[in-house]
Design a protein around this ligand. Structure first.
Ligand SMILES: NC(=O)c1ccc[n+]([C@@H]2O[C@H](COP(=O)([O-])OP(=O)(O)OC[C@H]3O[C@@H](n4cnc5c(N)ncnc54)[C@H](O)[C@@H]3O)[C@@H](O)[C@H]2O)c1
Length: 255
């Protein structure tokens, strides 16, 4: 169902949080483009299952189990990846979590831990992989933000702060890395009906209201609705596009 971008064939695509939800769809979608995909995720079993499925389609998926909030473990794993796999052409910083709290009723530890996952690992992967991308002559970095930045939901203050930080990182890094032909963009999804969202947050009333009243387009959003945007931003078709955040939310946010 997705267009094929011939330039993505044999490209090395690294995806954080590639075992479930939006990340799983990204892993399967890029593997179908015949890219070599490497995923970093705590859920190793699920990652290996996806890798097996992809192997049956002659696609290569490498799985590295790592806690992305542990910077030394993450740095060590990235160094191993640099030794064991080709230079990363496309980096997709995607893993994240979206807790709800009334007002600011959360501890400093909870606040910092959320930043560690939703922001700090994005910085660490860029810092560690950028030098080789520069040597290779270019690449595409895509980060997952959220339309919550525009909606500013009252019970998601910390989450929204992390997603705003991602947009800041994208904009400044894009300016700095452009001369090396490295493009940096963000995708800001709307409410995507992943397995975890359905388990943790979705109620029939909230879902109905979002789709039929808050979105301009009455469409249930699944990870598939995002894939065309990630593929486009990874491919040479978007070679003149950088520093952008593309909102994919059925026309909910007034971005
Ligand atoms: N689902 C939505 O409605 C939605 C909307 C807007 C933005 N987003 C953003 O999209 C991204 C993906 O969200 P999702 O809904 O697909 O999430 P998900 O929970 O379905 O998947 C997240 C993946 O990241 C992995 N992960 C989480 N913490 C980890 C850690 N410490 N170390 C290693 N791996 C870890 C999990 O194992 C899982 O495979 C997040 O950044 C999220 O904020 C999601």
């Amino acid at each position: 169902m997705f267009p094929v971008y011939p330039d993505l064939k044999n490209k090395h695509v690294l995806i954080t949080g590639g075992s479930n939800g939006i990340g799983e769809a990204l892993t399967r979608t890029f593997a179908q483009q015949a890219s070599e995909v490497t995923i970093l995720d705590l859920d190793k079993d699920k990652g290996l299952k996806i890798a097996k499925d992809c192997e049956n389609l002659n696609c290569k998926v490498n799985v590295y189990s790592v806690d992305l909030t542990n910077t030394s473990e993450l740095t060590k794993t990235l160094n191993l990846i640099k030794q064991e796999t080709p230079i990363v052409d496309v980096l997709i910083n995607n893993a994240g979590y979206d807790p709800r709290y009334p007002l600011l009723e959360m501890s400093e530890e909870e606040w910092n831990h959320l930043f560690q996952l939703n922001v700090v690992h994005y910085f660490i992967t860029c810092r560690e992989l950028l030098p080789d991308m520069i040597k290779a002559g270019g690449g595409s970095i895509i980060m997952t933000s959220s339309h919550v930045f525009w909606i500013a939901k009252p019970d998601m203050i910390a989450y929204n702060t992390t997603k705003a930080a991602v947009i800041g990182l994208v904009r400044s890094l894009a300016t700095a890395a452009g001369k090396h032909h490295i493009r940096v963009n963000a995708v800001a999804p709307g409410w995507i009906m992943t397995e975890r969202q359905l388990e943790q947050w979705v109620t029939p009333e909230a879902k109905q209201k979002t789709i039929n009243e808050l979105q301009s387009i009455p469409l249930e959003l699944t990870p598939d609705e995002l894939m065309g945007t990630y593929l486009f931003l990874a491919s040479e078709s978007s070679r003149a596009i950088t520093r952008q955040t593309i909102v994919v939310d059925g026309g909910y946010a007034q971005s």
